[in-house]
Design a protein around this ligand. Structure first.
Ligand SMILES: [Cu+2]
Length: 161
């Protein structure tokens, strides 16, 4: 289970906000936080800052489902962003466009990669406290109410390897 990682993430986040003197909303007590779905793990989380301040950032990660059931992501949130949504990048008549994804399925035994040029979490109205080299926390909400949080390293614009 991810409880220890979640606790560590929450602790790190609290420290980050305290250090920045940021008046972020208090985190819910960890003891009441819902667990991640069984067997679901998330790795390689990173937040790309926008090239132009005020534009949205993009979060990428890999989610694996080694559990007994298919799971469905239905929402994402990013600490330090006013709002966030899941997007799919698509090229259309030589134009790059984005489409909102209401749900993303992660089948049992499978993995889904959010990566440049494909799916991403778009993070709107980023807090100034999110700076290159830092870390923030991303939370996915699943159909049925489970949640999974993971750390995202904050990277410079274009550093999306
Ligand atoms: Cu987008």
């Amino acid at each position: 289970m991810n409880t220890n990682r979640l606790l560590a993430g929450l602790a790190a986040l609290s420290l980050a906000f305290a250090a920045a003197g940021c008046g972020g909303e208090p985190e819910a007590p960890a003891s009441t936080a819902p667990d991640a779905p069984e067997g679901v793990t998330i790795s390689d989380g990173r937040l790309m800052l926008p090239a132009v301040a005020g534009n949205p950032g993009a979060v990428y990660f890999t989610i694996k489902n080694a559990g007994p059931d298919d799971v469905m992501i239905r929402a994402a949130s990013v600490a330090g962003a006013a709002s966030a949504m899941m997007h799919q990048t698509a090229e259309w008549n030589l134009q790059v466009d984005m489409q909102e994804l209401m749900q993303v399925a992660v089948p049992k035994g499978g993995e889904v990669v959010f990566a440049p040029g494909g799916m991403h979490v778009m993070a709107m109205e980023l807090d100034d406290a999110l700076t290159v080299g830092g870390e923030t926390e991303v939370t996915l909400t699943f159909v049925g109410g489970d949640k999974a949080s993971f750390p995202a390293a904050i990277r410079a614009p274009g550093d999306d390897s």
